[in-house]
Design a protein around this ligand. Structure first.
Ligand code: NAD
Length: 374
C-alpha cells in the first residue's frame, strides 16, 4: 500500500490501475443501484489539500463517485495545480495555496476540504479549514497526539462543521461482513485478535522518516491500522497497553522514528490483541480474530485491495470496491444527511486511536503497562 521501493512502486502502479478498472466494473455489477437509480441528493463538493501520492489516488477514485465531486485544490506547487486543473476540470477560482486558503471562506462552491498532507500539518490545517467554515476530512493519523486531536475536534465543533477521518476500511464490504458476523455472535466470545501491519520504508529522505513531519515512525503510518482494526474487529475499547520497540537501523530510523513496535491491548471483555507495526518488514498485512465459536482471518486486511479473507464459515465473497470511491460517497451522506456509519469516522474516532498511540509510545519509553481511560 505505501509504495516505497521503486520495484514495489512499479508493481503497484500496474496492479492498482488494473484493480481500479476491475473494481469499478465489479462495483457496477454487484451494485446495480449505482447506475439504475441516479442520485438526486446534494453533491459534496470537495477540494483536496496536498496533491501527493495519496491525494492523487483519492482524486482518481473520486471520478467514480456519485455523491461527491472533486472541485478544488490547495497546493504549494503551481505546476501541479495546472496539471490537476486540466485533468479534473478545476476552475481557477477553486485553486488555493497554503498561504491563501483561508479565503475559501468566501467560496460558495466548495463544501469540504480533504487534508492529505504530512501528518504534522493536519492539526493547523484542519483548524484553518474549520475557521473558514468548511467541513474537514483529514487523513490518518489525524494528528501527532491526543491533545492536538482534541483541539481539532473542538475547533470543528465551534465552527459548526463536520470533522471526518479518512478511515477507508470502515466502508469495506468484507471488513463490514466480519463485523456483522461478530455482532450476530457467529464467533462467540472474542478472546484474541492479532494484527501485523508493515512494509519496508524505502527512501531515507522521505517525510515519513522525519520526526518533525511524521510525528513518529511506523506506528503513526501503518501501526494505526492495527490499533483501529483491533477496535472495530473486537468491538470494544482497550483498557490497557503494553509495548516493546526493536530498532535494527538507528541511522535510517532516528530518535523518535520507530522502526518496529510490538504492542498488546487488553479489552474489558477479556480479549487480548497482539499487534506488530513495522517500517522494516515486508508483507505484513494480516488480521486474525478468534472467538470460542469461530474465527476470521484477513490477508490482505487493510491494503487497497482486494481484501481477502475467510472465516470458519467460509471465504468472504462480498463485492470488491475501490475504497476511496465508496468512502467519499459515504462521507457525502454523513455530512449532508447526518447518517451514522457502522464504524464511526468522526474526530472522536480518530482521537481514540491517538490516545492509544500516545499510550503505546509511553509504554515503549517506560517499559510499563499503561492503563487507558477512553
Ligand atoms: P506524499 O508525500 O505522497 O504527499 C504529501 C503531499 O503534501 C505532497 O504533495 C507534498 O508536496 C505536500 N506537502 C505540503 N506541505 C508539505 C511540507 N511542508 N512538507 C512535505 N510535503 C508537503 O504523502 P502521502 O502518501 O500522500 O501521505 C499524505 C497523508 O495521507 C499522510 O497523512 C498519510 O498518512 C495519509 N495516507 C493515507 C492513506 C490511506 O490509505 N488512508 C494512504 C497513504 C497516505
Amino acid at each position: 500500500m505505501h509504495m516505497n521501493t521503486r520495484r514495489d512502486f512499479l508493481q503497484k502502479i500496474g496492479a492498482s490501475a488494473l484493480m481500479l478498472q476491475l473494481s469499478s466494473l465489479t462495483a457496477f455489477a454487484d451494485a446495480p443501484g449505482r447506475i439504475t437509480e441516479p442520485y438526486e441528493g446534494k453533491i459534496l463538493r470537495v477540494a483536496i489539500m496536498g496533491l501527493g501520492g495519496y491525494g492523487t489516488r483519492v482524486a482518481e477514485a473520486m471520478k467514480a463517485c456519485t455523491k461527491a465531486k472533486l472541485v478544488g485544490v490547495i497546493s504549494g506547487t503551481p505546476s501541479k495545480v495546472k496539471e490537476w486543473q486540466t485533468k479534473y476540470n478545476i476552475p481557477e477560482k477553486n485553486c488555493y495555496n497554503y498561504e491563501n486558503f483561508d479565503q475559501v471562506k468566501n467560496n460558495k462552491d466548495i463544501d469540504a476540504i480533504y487534508v492529505i498532507t504530512p501528518n504534522a500539518l493536519h492539526h493547523s490545517q484542519v483548524i484553518r479549514v474549520a475557521k473558514a467554515g468548511k467541513h474537514a476530512i483529514c487523513e490518518k493519523p489525524m494528528a501527532l497526539n491526543a491533545k492536538e486531536a482534541q483541539e481539532m475536534i473542538d475547533a470543528c465543533k465551534t465552527a459548526n462543521v463536520k470533522l471526518l477521518i479518512g478511515y477507508r476500511m470502515h466502508f469495506e464490504p468484507r471488513t463490514l461482513e466480519v463485523i456483522r458476523m461478530r455482532k450476530a455472535d457467529n464467533f462467540g466470545k472474542i478472546m484474541f485478535f492479532q494484527a501485523q501491519c508493515g512494509f519496508k520504508a524505502g527512501d531515507p529522505k522521505q517525510w515519513r522518516l522525519n520526526k518533525a513531519l511524521a510525528g513518529g515512525g511506523s506506528m503513526m503510518d501503518i501501526g494505526i491500522y492495527a490499533i483501529n482494526g483491533a477496535r472495530y474487529m473486537v468491538g470494544e475499547e482497550p483498557i490497557w497497553v503494553t509495548a516493546q520497540e526493536t530498532k535494527t537501523d538507528p541511522i535510517k530510523f532516528s530518535e523518535g522514528v520507530d522502526e518496529t513496535i510490538q504492542f498488546q491491548l487488553g479489552f474489558p471483555g477479556g480479549a487480548v490483541a497482539s499487534c506488530l507495526s513495522s517500517y522494516n518488514i515486508n508483507h505484513l498485512d494480516r488480521f486474525f480474530m478468534s472467538g470460542d465459536k469461530g474465527f476470521a482471518e484477513m490477508q490482505p486486511s487493510t491494503g487497497y485491495g482486494p481484501i481477502k479473507g475467510r472465516t470458519h464459515m467460509g471465504e468472504l465473497t462480498q463485492p470488491v470496491t475501490t475504497h476511496q470511491t465508496v468512502q467519499m460517497d459515504e462521507m457525502a451522506t454523513l455530512i449532508f444527511e447526518d447518517k451514522k456509519p457502522v464504524v464511526p469516522v468522526n474526530g472522536e474516532e480518530g482521537l481514540r486511536d491517538m490516545k492509544i498511540i500516545d499510550a503505546i509510545y509511553q509504554a515503549v519509553k517506560t517499559g510499563n503497562k499503561v492503563n487507558l481511560i477512553i
